[in-house]
Design a protein around this ligand. Structure first.
Ligand SMILES: Nc1nc2c(ncn2[C@@H]2O[C@H](COP(=O)(O)OP(=O)(O)OP(=O)(O)O)[C@@H](O)[C@H]2O)c(=O)[nH]1
Length: 446
């Protein structure tokens, strides 16, 4: 496996990768942009990735096995006169903040069955929390770089970073069975999907296999309520899905479950809906399924492909779908404008990061968080952090989604400085008030 990681890999903390894992990370911090255009000479590309024609004159190559899924029946299958598509399959894992994407990713990585994946992660949060967790839990291959795509969704700016990373990946000698991209919980998957059709180099070597959307069954209705300001992101993530994982069904009643399924079906008529708890699903029903259906997407958005292509000369174009002008319909959903559905996040939604040395008084912390969540829980989409609790020699991992939260002891601090790192993502967050309240929970230095 090869990991281009950002953050949001906290579940790996709890679930170490299996023995024999051979991984490496490429991590960018705060979106490092190159100023020179990135050119990828054709001789740099791995020849075994080039598409070949399996005709009589072409070298014989095994056709990919058709997916064992009835939903694939009406899809074109390779035959002896067609292209054998040897491009690397790419799966996009999306879903709203806290829905269970990292839980799913962890599950996939723990069940690799001899396959090698490149993983690209991206997080919406101003404090990179998971890099430390990932580094301490997964052995890196010597000499590999670590990159982090932090604090931004895969929109026009971070998207160019994604393109750069993907192009670089194609020059590596390692052969991958697939690439997994975990988007931020606030991401509109549109520009990520477009990348694989509109970037000339990538389209030649990478094949979008499918968009897998993890849905938080407990909070779906809340996220679709326009008053919470995230309906558009939630709708886009569901509508784009080729597979819908209706997760967290342990937290809903049968009636809520039925309602959630009806809602999903209304927003996406075709994607299979898979009910699950902690993203526990058969992985072979998700990956390499040739599930992506461009026709369905262009039916929904006729302008989907009507944007400027990126080429190796145009590595940092900002003329794409994600042009940061807001045009919403009555429900806050994006409407195509002049051939481009525009996208911008609700500006009231922000992340507040805390990075503070010292030990926390656990009673004060509980009291503050309990009060804060009962008062503002609907507005707090996500919290996560690594905490230093007085009287314990282990790191404390803390994760929250609205009013629900989990915490658990993790690695010992050892000689590392005891620094609390915490991020809140929500609506109308008062940065100063949160930071001050947090500091008030620290044990005063003696
Ligand atoms: N009860 C319950 N909790 C779950 C389930 N799946 C995930 N969680 C918890 O939900 C929280 C968020 O899960 P993640 O996998 O980190 O979610 P995510 O979508 O990666 O979150 P972001 O990266 O912040 O967008 C964690 O505390 C998980 O343990 C589930 O099926 N049931």
């Amino acid at each position: 496996m090869f990991v281009f990681a950002t953050t949001s890999a906290h579940r790996r903390t709890y679930q170490p990768l299996p023995t024999g894992f051979h991984g490496s990370f490429l991590w960018t911090r705060n979106c490092v942009f190159t100023t020179a255009p990135l050119r990828l000479a054709s001789q740099q590309l791995r020849p075994d990735l080039l598409r070949i024609r399996a005709s009589a004159a072409a070298p014989s190559s095994p056709a990919p096995s058709p997916a064992p899924d009835a939903s694939q029946d009406n899809q074109e299958r390779p035959d002896s006169t067609a292209f054998v598509d040897q491009r690397i399959p790419v799966s996009i894992l999306t879903g709203f903040l806290g829905s269970g994407k990292s839980t799913l990713l962890n599950r996939i990585l723990a069940n690799q069955q001899g396959k090698r994946y490149a993983v690209i992660e991206n997080e919406f949060g101003e404090v990179g929390i998971d890099d430390e967790l990932v580094k301490s839990h997964i052995l890196l291959e010597g000499g590999d770089e670590i990159f982090e795509m932090n604090n931004g969704c895969l929109c026009c700016t971070v998207r160019s970073d994604l393109v750069r990373i993907l192009r670089r990946l194609l020059t590596r000698s390692t052969k991958y069975d697939g690439i997994l991209i975990e988007t931020t919980g606030m991401a509109d998957p549109t520009p990520v999907v477009q990348t694989f059709f509109l970037d000339e180099t990538l389209a030649d070597f990478l094949r979008l296999d499918g968009v897998i959307t993890v849905v938080d069954g407990k909070h779906l209705a809340m996220h679709l309520d326009p008053r919470h300001g995230v309906r558009r992101e939630t709708v886009e993530q569901i509508a784009f899905a080729d597979r819908l994982l209706l997760n967290k069904i342990d937290l809903v009643t049968p009636a809520q479950l039925r309602e959630a399924e009806e809602t999903l079906r209304a927003l996406n008529r075709t994607a299979p809906i898979i009910r699950c708890v902690r993203a526990e699903v058969p992985i072979d029903e998700l990956l390499n399924m040739r599930a992506f259906d461009l026709e369905r997407i262009t039916e929904r958005d006729p302008f989907f492909l009507a944007m400027e292509k990126t080429s190796s000369e145009d590595d940092h174009d900002h003329h794409d779908h994600h042009d940061h002008h807001d045009h919403h319909d009555d429900h806050g959903e994006a409407a195509p404008v002049n051939g481009h559905a525009s996208h911008v996040h609700d500006h009231t939604i922000r992340s507040v990061g805390i990075c503070e040395p010292g030990d926390l008084d656990v009673d004060r912390l509980n009291e503050w968080l309990g009060g804060f969540l009962s008062e503002r829980g609907e507005d707090i989409f996500r919290m996560k952090g690594i905490l230093s609790i007085a009287g314990t020699d282990r790191r404390f991992i803390f994760q929250g989604v609205h009013m629900l939260f989990e915490s658990m002891a993790s690695e010992p601090w050892g000689t590392d400085p005891r620094i609390n790192r915490l991020v809140f993502i929500g609506r109308n967050l008062d940065r100063q008030a949160i930071q001050e309240a947090f500091r008030a929970c620290l044990v005063p230095p003696s």
